[in-house]
Design a protein around this ligand. Structure first.
Ligand code: C2E
Ligand code: CA
Ligand code: CA
Ligand code: CA
Length: 281
């Protein structure tokens, strides 16, 4: 929902009414979906391009809807984020990633330091019980904290920067890794990069998609990668769809690649098969 400020005036029109009703229906169904375990997690490989090996994966939730089939997060995560429902959904994804970890690592060819990235929503960042819950789930699933990397967006950490920093420092203290997601798309300042205890920077797909036909965007990607490098962070480029982008990123010293070029997000049994195993960049 947009924050329209205290003095703005909106007319509640038909369209908005329909949308509000739809969101309410979705919230209702989401509540039931949590209870009846209709969510599932797909994994998209994060590939080290020079060796074409899988270094890790991002966990991405899907909703196995009884009527509409497999729904992508765009159809329900933004609605879930308007309520507290995102908290149990996020917890489910975290636990499922921990449970799937050994199998995925094996399917990836058992690389050292195999890491699963799990998205964290703003409401989870503000949940005081978050680190306790995470410690419990790690213990219950017998995972090491360094097996998991939590992805937070710039926008989510900007809502209450001090609180976000405190939460993330506590999680980092436990041993989890932290990635800043969608970097460069929000309004935050560069100082966020040093205020937060980051391991990794993710270059957003909106920059990657324009890499080869927009010189200014290419310079921006170069700048983001160098900045990450200077600060000692790992850099992952996301939304990489073709070989030309892989090569351009390689030349800018970004070698961790996530995108349809190598693999779409897949269910566990399909994990480990890359589209482009033939040639390094
Ligand atoms: P995100 O965190 O930026 O995740 C990356 C999205 O980019 C995924 O969309 C992925 O399928 C898509 N993608 C990957 N490679 C490519 C590519 O080469 N080209 C293009 N065009 N897209 C690519 P998906 O799975 O639909 O997820 C959308 C968003 O939903 C995620 O964006 C994330 O913000 C949110 N989300 C997904 N799972 C979770 C979750 O468990 N918790 C929370 N809080 N949010 C989640
Ligand atoms: Ca993400
Ligand atoms: Ca992202
Ligand atoms: Ca994104």
């Amino acid at each position: 929902a947009k924050n329209l400020g205290p003095r703005s005036c909106v007319t509640f029109n038909e369209g908005m009414h329909a949308q509000a009703q739809k969101n309410l229906r979705t919230l209702n169904q989401l509540q039931k979906a949590i209870e009846s375990k209709q969510f599932t997690v797909h994994y998209q490989p994060i590939v080290h391009s020079p060796t074409t090996t899988i270094a890790g994966a991002e966990a991405l939730v899907r909703w196995n809807h009884p009527k509409h089939g497999l729904l992508l997060p765009g159809a329900f995560i933004p609605v879930a984020e308007t309520s507290k429902l995102i908290v149990p959904i996020g917890e489910f994804v975290f636990r499922q990633a921990c449970l799937d970890y050994p199998r995925l690592k094996e399917l990836a060819g058992s690389p050292d330091n195999f890491t699963l990235n799990v998205n964290l929503a703003a409401a989870q960042l503000n949940d005081l019980r978050l680190s306790r819950k995470i410690v419990d789930i790690l213990h219950e699933t017998q995972r090491e904290p360094q097996d998991i990397k939590l992805e937070v967006t710039e926008t989510d950490t900007a809502r209450d920067p001090q609180k976000a920093a405190r939460t993330l420092h506590a999680l980092r203290e436990i041993g989890l890794k932290i990635a800043l997601d969608d970097f460069g798309t929000g309004y935050s300042s560069l100082s966020r990069l040093i205020d937060l205890p980051l391991d990794t920077l993710k270059v957003d797909k909106c920059f990657v998609s324009e890499l080869n036909n927009n010189a200014q965007k290419r310079r921006l990607v170069d700048l983001i990668i160098s900045t990450g490098e200077q600060l000692g962070l790992n850099v992952i480029a996301e939304g990489v769809e073709n070989k030309t982008q892989v090569t351009a990123l390689f030349n800018m010293r970004c070698t961790f690649i996530q995108g349809f070029y190598y693999s779409r997000p897949v269910a566990v049994p399909q994990f480990g098969i890359l589209n482009c195993t033939n040639v390094p960049p």
